[in-house]
Design a protein around this ligand. Sequence first.
Ligand SMILES: Cc1ncc(COP(=O)(O)O)c(C=O)c1O
Length: 381
Amino acid sequence: MISGPLARYDTKLKQFHQKGRLRVLGTDAGADFTSNDYLGLAASPRMRAALVAALERGVPAGAGGSRLLRGNHAEHEALEEAAAIFFRSERMLYFGSGYAANVAVLSTLPQRGDLVVHDALVHASAYEGMRAGRAEVVPVPHNDAGAVEDAIRSWRAAGGTGCPWIVVESLYSMDGNRAPMFDLIEIADRHNGFLYIDEAHATGVHGIDGRGYAANLEGRDNVIVLHTCGKALGSSGALVGASRVICDFLVNRARPFIYATAPSPLQAASVRQALAILSEEPERRARLHALVDFANERFAERFGRAGSGTQILPVIIGDNGRTIRMAERMQSEGFDIRAIRPPTVPAGTARLRITITLNVDAPTITRMIDQLAVAMAEETP
Ligand SMILES: Cc1ncc(COP(=O)(O)O)c(C=O)c1O
C-alpha cells in the first residue's frame, strides 16, 4: 500500500486499471500492424546510410542550443529548403516533433478576437495548442463542413471581427478517413480565414508524389500545413509549411520553437534523406497502396463491411476490457496490434487500430485478418 505524497497517484492508477484504462509500456510484439512507419523507411538501408554519411561528414548529434541561438545548423536549413521545394511551400520550419509544432502553431498564430473552429477528432497536441492560445475555440462534429460554416457565421453574427481559423487533419489518425478538404478551403476563402491542415498520416503516403492531401493547396497565403516526420518519413520532427511571413512570426513568437533545444542535426539529415527517397522511389508508395487495397479487400470479405480504404484500419470494439483482451490475443498470435482506448478516442469507441505498412507482406495480412475474425468470434463482450 503506497502512502504519503504518492498515494493520490497510486489511487488514480488503480482506478485506471479498474476501468480498463491503465496504460503500460510494451516493446514490439510481433508483425508490425501498429506503427506509423508506413513506407518501412525507419530501419531502411538508405536511411541508415544517410545517418552514417552525416556522422562521417561531421554533423553533430546535438544542436547545442535553440535555433535562435547557436543551435541553428546548416542541416536544419538544408532540410527546410529541400522540404519547401518538395512540398511547394513558400517556406518550411522544422520542429522537434509534431506535438511541439501543433502546440506552437495553434497557440501562437490565432490571435485574441479570432475564432478557431476545429474538428472534434483532431489530435491531442492540437487541443493543447488551442487551449494555450488566446482565440475563442469551438469544436464541430467530425467531418461536418456545414457545421464549420455555421460556427463561423454565428460568430460573425454575434459581432466576431477577428479572423476565423479552421483546424483539421487531412487523414484522421484513429479513423483512417479523410477531411472534406475542398469544402473547407472554400469556407476559409469565403470568410477570409485560415485553414490549418495536419497531414501527419497523409504525408509521404497520399497526394501527388506523397505530398499529402493538401498538395494542391500548399503555397496559398491562407493555408498552413503540418507534415510530421516520425510516421511515413521514418524519422522524427515536423515541418510546418506556410508563407514567409507566418514562418518569421513563428520564429519570433512560438514558444516551443524559441525555448527548446533545436532538433538534432542528424535527425534533420535523415528527414532530408526521406524526402529524397519519396522522390526517387515512388514504387514504395505504389507497393504500399497495393497492400492497403489488399488489406481492405480481405477485411471486407471477412467482416462483410468496408474498411476505411486507407492504411489506417480501425476495428471499433467499444468495450475497453474486450478491446484489451483482443489486442493481447492478437499479440500472442504474433500480430502486433494495440488497443486504443478513451480518452485517446471518444468514450465507448475503444478500438484496435490496425495499420498497414511495408513492414509486412500480403500473406501476413491474410493470416492477421483470419486470426482477427477468430478472436472477434471468441472474445465475446
Ligand atoms: C494527427 C497527428 N498530429 C500530430 C501528431 C504528433 O506528431 P509527433 O509524433 O511527431 O509528435 C500525431 C502523432 O501522434 C498525430 O497522429
